[in-house]
Design a protein around this ligand. Sequence first.
Ligand SMILES: [Zn+2]
Length: 315
Amino acid sequence: MQVIQVAGLAHSGTTVTDRILSCFPGVVGLGEVGQLWIKAENGTFDNSRCPCGETAPGCPYWGRILSRRHPTQEQFFRAVVESAAHGGQKTLVDTSKAMAGVSHYARLRDRGEVDRVVMLRLVRDPRGWVHSMMRRNEIAADDTTAIRGLFYRWLLGAIRLDRRAHRPDVEKIYLWYDKLVLERQEAQLGKQLGLPEVEGEFSLLNANQHAIAGNKFVFSERRATLSYDGRWLSNRHIEDVYATLPTVRHYYHEVQKLHLLTTGQLRQLPGTEMVRGHLKNVENPAHHAEIEAAIARIAVVADTAGDAPVAAQAA
Ligand SMILES: [Zn+2]
């Protein structure tokens, strides 16, 4: 059994990525697995529908997991792995934001019960992310103060995520979400993860997805292919504010480069050494205090710029 832990900020394409991966043969997408243990233990599992059409107890994956008690989190995650294997799957995808399962999956791997644990660090263009958040929070298109606050929120979130995802014991793959969708790199991603090739046309309608917690993948119309949401391009204020935020741009570019490096699309270009240096900074806990201090300085600037409500939300 291979476990893929998707690591990305909310509204960064984690649900869509789960959907894409679940279309490969032998893969089951189980959504935000970590959220379900407490619910399962308290017996407060709601009867919300699984994308397979069943309620949680009737789902071939979750029904089996919920039919027994799992007093510890570790037992719960083991049951999740067993259920996926029992369903004949070779790979399970977990999109939990808190990544509660990673330690357990890694331990199961060390005991030989799981073959491989991969963390898929997903990054989406912060401009697209800011636009999504603006629509969600009904922020006016020209509210540059709010836009700036959202960019800081993205940066803080990305840094926190990278700290949480810092696991030298787990293999990490960087995925640049915009590039995946724009260039339709599904096949390349599958190859990188060692997934069997999809026979015939790749269709999102073939997903084996059982995500009970987390966002449900909803198509406004049933579509088999992805399309890129480029609506942020029509708001020039987003671009204008982005141009004034070198730290945000730098962080995004570095993760982009890490994606290109880990996929072999970037080799000897100038700046590669700098990228490796930055990776060490993000991954070396000794540097985290420094990064935090830098972020604190940014937060202070944000506060004086009138971004306090957004900063508070992010905390
Ligand atoms: Zn199901």
